[in-house]
Design a binder for this molecule. Structure first.
Ligand code: HEM
Length: 149
């Protein structure tokens, strides 16, 4: 007995539009995936394996990393690429499973909002983080700030 498989649900392909989000989304997932392998495993190695391993992670360790442009750019790239990758992946899953047009729209707007908020907050933290703020209460500051002041 022959079984007919229903055509899969898919977003309409806008062939006349110059920008095809499905095509560029597909390419972006692969390109960002390759770069993320390097960024994520490099991040895990430096934080958890090199030096004293996981025992070295504390406030001063992070403060030291964010005093270095190299790690600021590394972490910012990881943040941007992974968040956009994750959000685009969730967009695909939403199109696959959220059938109601209204719910589909709401979920995707929520995804964009969450992505933008996290990217803005994360980028601000990476580039403006100051472990020894000038107006900070001495009691709240880590010990190494005394050496700086
Ligand atoms: C080692 C780094 C990573 C690699 C190599 C990678 C690779 C990929 C690739 C190639 C796809 C497309 C799969 C397809 O079209 O069938 C994908 C999908 C996806 N990725 Fe990643 N990814 C990585 C990290 C991440 C991270 C950090 C997140 C979360 C922030 C994430 C979330 C997703 C999601 C939600 C999907 C969609 C899954 C689906 O369509 O069923 N990935 N990933």
């Amino acid at each position: 007995m022959a079984t007919t498989i229903e055509a899969p649900r898919s977003a309409p392909v806008h062939r006349n539009r110059r920008f095809n989000i499905e095509k560029w989304g597909w390419i972006y997932m692969r390109a960002s995936g390759v770069v993320l392998v390097v960024l994520i495993f490099g991040h895990l190695f430096i934080n958890l394996v090199a030096g004293d391993g996981v025992r070295q992670i504390d406030f001063a360790f992070i403060a030291g990393k964010y005093a270095t442009p190299f790690w600021q750019i590394w972490d910012a790239l990881m943040l941007w690429l992974a968040l956009i990758h994750g959000a685009n992946g969730m967009r695909t899953i939403t199109n696959d499973y959220v059938v109601s047009p209204l719910a589909n729209r709401v979920v995707k707007y929520a995804l964009v909002a969450a992505t933008v908020v996290l990217i803005v907050l994360g980028t601000l933290v990476i580039f403006t983080f100051d472990p020894c703020p000038a107006n900070g209460l001495a009691a709240n500051l880590p010990d190494f700030c005394k050496a700086v002041k």
